[in-house]
Design a protein around this ligand. Sequence first.
Ligand code: LLP
Length: 420
Amino acid sequence: SLGAAPAVRRLADWDRERLTSLADEHGTPLYVFDPARVRENCRRLQNAFPDAEIQYAAKAHTARRTLETVHDAGLAIECASAGEVVRALDAGVPGSAVTYTAVNPPARDLAVVVDAWEANPDLTITAGAADTIDRLAERGFDGRLRLRVNPGVGAGHHEKVVTGGHPKFGVGLDRAPALAARIDRAFEFAGIHAHAGSGISGDDLADHRELVRRLGELARTLDAEGIPVGTIDVGGGFGVPYRGDAPALDLDAVAEATRAALGEVDATLAIEPGRYVVADAGVLLTRVNTVKETPEMVVAGVDAGMTTLLRPAMYDAYHAVRSLAPEASDRGQVGVTVAGPACETADLLCENRPLPRPALGDLLAIGNAGAYGYEMASTYNSRPRPAEVTVDGDPLRRRESLADVARLDAPEEQKRRGKE
Ligand code: LLP
């Protein structure tokens, strides 16, 4: 049953034959995604945070089927852009379950979101700068508005994803009461928000607690000034174990620490997990195109790389790698560097990792590829983006063609190459 869902799904738990037949049928590189695991992860969050409003951070995996699955499981959707807002609404998510977190919002985003709000007056916007509030008012927006504060403390798996404490995000705690009062006068005040960062582990719990404590304190200050916050949104960031030996985050402990740190306050708790919902629901399949034995290491060149899965190149992120070749375990282990086809040394999915000796044509699986995998893919080197299917073989996103990649060239260019 869902209640008994395991805390972690490891790469080894995926069925080798199933993955192999999907790669044979759909080609590689191929993202494989399991909506059933998404439902389990939603349920695990709901069990740990029974009274909270859980908003899935759509940026982690934005396929329409995922938005539908998550909404169907009872979660709301947190959107990082107008595009995500439009896709959430298109997927059937009602405005009351949509939040748009405006970070330095481009005018086009504000125009689209305010239009969407006119049709869906229950949607919530989170603003993290005083002038964003002005710009929303200028566009006639007077709906649900949440204030993002800079909690002065953050955490995350890499400095590039620690948001809490960086001046880019939110308004200083000292300025929050005045801005909250302003929102309360001209809009529907929809609470306060802060986000520590992404990939919080058990070691970061003290930072998480401190962030929540500061939000609780702010809520009590506002309450005393006659501005009840209604909702305290403590952000997302719950990490998942990427290494085989890493422990799973103890979600119940996080929930308990959150409640304790919040203190006495009459408000609804909201959270915004992205990674936690989808990371272990996805794997990436890739095939070995080159094997090169060097004195230092064995290099396995594969058809996925930084344009398919950016995380290793961008954050030195660790992703488990598993050979799906049936006879691989007979070949013995060597230090293997799995390299993508791009013209950059950063384009390595792992370096000198002990793995079965690779051979041409081997299929490799990359774990925890469900979060920030497909979504961060690019067409750099004119490499079309991969396909994505469910583990049952349903299409989620079709493989991009070269024509797709080239279609935005200036028309003259397209004409010139029309016969291609
Ligand atoms: N809420 C806000 C305001 C956020 O900025 C984010 C993530 C989330 C929620 C969800 O965080 P999560 O629960 O997924 O950690 N590309 C990076 C992660 C960037 C996260 C950006 N903001 C990575 O691949 O590690």
